[in-house]
Design a protein around this ligand. Structure first.
Ligand code: FE2
Length: 417
């Protein structure tokens, strides 16, 4: 096997440009110079920043491109109206229709450098149509993108009839993670009961946990506390998505919780563009930002990452799968723009997302791992973030998914010459 050698790669942590040898779709060696046979294919990366692929650990592929559907328009822009609109308009979904929309969204994400996606699938539907569609898609697209699916009760485990049983059925059908939405349940007791059920199911079926948790400005929405406690006791691999209310609690409570988050090894997913848009809707001024404590989690060594969440659905009218845009918004809103933070913040859409998805064994530019990487149009992490640099190539198992030609720039004035 002749293999393929990518030369002039700017890798994080190396001052010198590196060469990357790939054989049989796997990284064989990474070094400043690698001797190869004369028939080895050579690809020049031109000194551009070479990263492991972007990870989108939280999106709803069954919802994408439904924002303009008849009856789905969210007039108040709140999370709760979004759920109501979805509930009222989801009855006519079909497997083929969901797949067509989801494929369009996955293509958009992949074109921006994403190769790993965790999607939620709404299982508050007795026919489990969305889950069936996304399970098919996961298999069909596995050579292009790795997809994990959360069995997610959008309308509640106990506020929707048999929601808990539908979540369990979703796990039996092949979902990778158990989901929940405690802050949306009709009462605190249902919310707490749902957290107990999530952890029970994760242990019973050996699944990951990813709960939509405390997506609210209510500082008394504190289900993450119970989720953390049960995760410590049961040793589950747990992710808390959103946790917006942590941005509204007082510091002494947050301080105490940080210790437990660390002990539980909890992962946090923040969706900056969606939550700055959805939250703070009952505020006048000052108006809260609606994000969880991303900066403080990061500084406390707790794994935190960013995600897209929505692409034109009843919760958020924009979104295009470009995680550089999500990162750009996130570091501004979370005030994470010291030079050190800017040098390292790409972790929030790469390695930290991979850690959340529990895929560290197959993720990263290291010998022995699948040869998946992206090339960013920048010479350093700082430049990439500053310039909101584009992903110009994406390689999966050693083969290009796409490569972009340089954009032509013609100086038509003396000043721009
Ligand atoms: Fe979500």
């Amino acid at each position: 096997m002749a293999g393929k050698k990518f030369i002039n790669a700017k890798l994080k942590g190396y001052n010198e440009l590196q060469e990357i040898l790939v054989e049989d779709g796997v990284f064989k060696a990474i070094a400043p110079h690698i001797d190869v046979d004369s028939d080895c294919e050579i690809e020049d990366l031109g000194g551009k920043l070479t990263l492991p692929p972007y990870v989108d650990p939280h999106i709803h592929l069954d919802y994408v491109f439904t924002a303009r559907k008849q009856g789905a328009t969210n007039g108040t822009g709140t999370l709760f109206e979004g759920i109501q609109r979805w509930s009222e308009t989801k009855s006519d979904l079909t497997i083929d229709e969901i797949k067509a929309r989801a494929i369009k969204a996955v293509k958009m994400e992949v074109s921006h450098g994403v190769q790993f996606i965790r999607t939620h699938a709404d299982v508050t539907d007795p026919n489990l149509t969305a889950l069936k569609a996304l399970l098919e898609l996961k298999e069909e697209l596995k050579d292009i993108v790795t997809i994990q699916i959360v069995s997610f009760p959008q309308e509640g485990m106990y506020s929707y009839k048999d929601g808990d049983k539908l979540v369990e059925e979703g796990l039996k059908m092949g979902a990778d993670c158990v989901g929940g939405i405690p802050h949306f349940e009709y009462c605190r007791e249902f919310g707490e009961k749902s957290i107990h059920k999530v952890v029970e199911l994760a242990v019973k079926y050996d699944k990951l946990i990813d709960v939509h948790c405390d997506e609210s400005d209510d500082p008394m929405s504190r289900f993450v506390e119970l989720l953390t406690a049960l995760s410590i006791v049961e040793g589950t691999k747990t992710t808390a998505s959103h946790t917006c209310s942590l941005g509204s609690v007082d510091n002494s409570y947050a301080f105490r919780m940080m210790k437990n988050f660390k002990k539980a090894g909890l992962n946090f997913i923040s969706c900056p563009t969606e939550n700055i848009y959805l939250q703070g809707r009952q505020d006048t001024y000052p108006k809260r930002r609606g994000l969880t404590r991303v900066k403080e989690l990061y500084e406390n060594g707790i794994n935190v990452c960013f995600a897209q969440d929505s692409i034109q659905d009843p919760w958020y009218p924009a979104g295009n799968g470009n995680l550089m845009n999500v990162l750009d918004n996130g570091i501004h809103i979370a005030q994470m723009m010291s030079f050190e933070e800017m040098d390292n913040c790409l972790d929030l859409i790469t390695v930290n997302g991979a850690k959340t998805m529990n895929i560290s064994d197959i993720y990263g530019i290291e010998a022995g791992k699948p040869a998946n990487f992206i090339v960013v149009d920048a010479r350093s992490e700082f430049e990439a973030v500053c310039e909101r640099a584009d992903v110009v190539a994406s390689v999966r198992n050693g083969e290009y998914l796409f490569k972009k030609a340089p954009v032509a720039f013609e100086a038509l004035s003396e000043f721009m010459a």
